[in-house]
Design a protein around this ligand. Structure first.
Ligand code: CP
Ligand code: NVA
Length: 303
């Protein structure tokens, strides 16, 4: 039976750990995997802009011996031309997998129902699982292991936060989520992460106080306004500025590293100097997008 990757929420801790280890192996010995997708094609459908996800999937699929077709819904006006389920069923006639970046998670659920080939979430309003995969690979490299670490996310509770929570709970990484009031994470997704965390011994803390990050190993942040949110920056900037990730926050919390999925907004959610400092894991995260996704593709399509 085909398997989709929409959230990781239905994965076991052992399966998630195996995937992380596969990503490490593929990164170390890519030549051993250069035929995994031989003769296979992946359709990549993007309703929103992308630099990292689009390019890392395209180049990564090529390195696995496969081929990617990019469907630019932004200029091609594909959305609304036909039902999402008809689009997915058609794509599955030719492609061996569908990668999709969409506004609504419901579109992915429809795609997955209608498609006979795996559907991979390349970001939606609720989740960004491929990002979380790359981020935990990065932490594994930085600290030697993920289990027992504490990641403090500071900023807007969003799709990236949700996937860090789910994947972190599976991999044994404690989670502290610090947001301004009114910008918390989705309670239903926290409840799911809590149920995984109970089994893996992970602590999940939510707070509005930056001090809750004291003792964390790493501070993670993301844009204050996600794609599709047209709230004017001026209306939220004052509320978010105390949550800016900067040198003072790194010192007061004692965190060793800083992470950000990018695109980053210099001197808003994170200081420019911190991005460019030796505490920054940002480019390693970006590089690991490809290795993490190649592990996902190998797992879903390789056999
Ligand atoms: N981090 C990330 O998904 O970047 P893009 O939006 O550029 O793909
Ligand atoms: N939260 C951001 C992530 C971008 C990779 C967004 O959805 O725009």
């Amino acid at each position: 039976m085909k398997q989709d990757l929409l959230t990781f929420a239905d994965w076991t801790p052992a399966a998630m750990q195996d995937l992380l280890e596969l990503a490490v192996t593929i990164k170390q010995a890519p030549g051993a995997y250069n035929n995994v997708l031989a003769g296979k094609s992946v359709a990549a459908f993007f309703e929103k802009p992308s630099l990292r996800t689009r390019v890392s999937f395209d180049i990564g699929i090529n390195k696995l011996g496969g081929h990617m077709v990019y469907l630019d819904s932004q200029s091609g006006n594909l959305v609304g031309r036909e039902d999402a389920n008809d689009m997915a069923a058609n794509l599955a006639c030719w492609a061996d997998a569908i990668v999709a970046r969409v506004f609504s998670h419901d579109t992915l659920v429809e795609f997955a129902k209608a498609s006979k080939v795996p559907v991979i979430n390349a970001l939606c309003d609720k989740y960004h699982p491929c990002q979380a995969m790359a981020d935990y690979l990065t932490l594994h490299e930085a600290f030697g292991q993920v289990k027992g670490l504490t990641l403090a996310y500071v900023g807007d509770g969003n799709n990236v936060t949700h996937s860090l929570l789910i994947a972190g709970a599976l991999l044994g990484c404690n989670q502290v989520v610090i947001t301004p009031a009114g910008h918390e994470v989705d309670p239903a997704i926290v409840a799911k992460a809590q149920s995984i965390a109970k089994a893996t011994g992970v602590d999940i803390v939510q707070s509005h106080e930056v001090a809750a990050a004291n003792g964390a190993d790493v501070i993670y942040t993301d844009t204050w306004l996600s794609m599709g949110d047209d709230t004017p920056l001026a209306t939220i900037k004052d509320k978010f500025m105390p949550y800016q990730v900067n040198e003072a926050m790194m010192s007061s919390t004692g965190a060793k590293y800083v992470m950000h999925c990018q695109p980053a907004h210099r001197d808003l959610e994170i200081t420019s100097s911190l991005i460019d400092s030796d505490r920054s894991l940002l480019m390693q995260e970006a590089e690991n997008r490809m290795h993490g996704q190649n592990a996902i593709l190998t797992h879903l399509l390789g056999a």
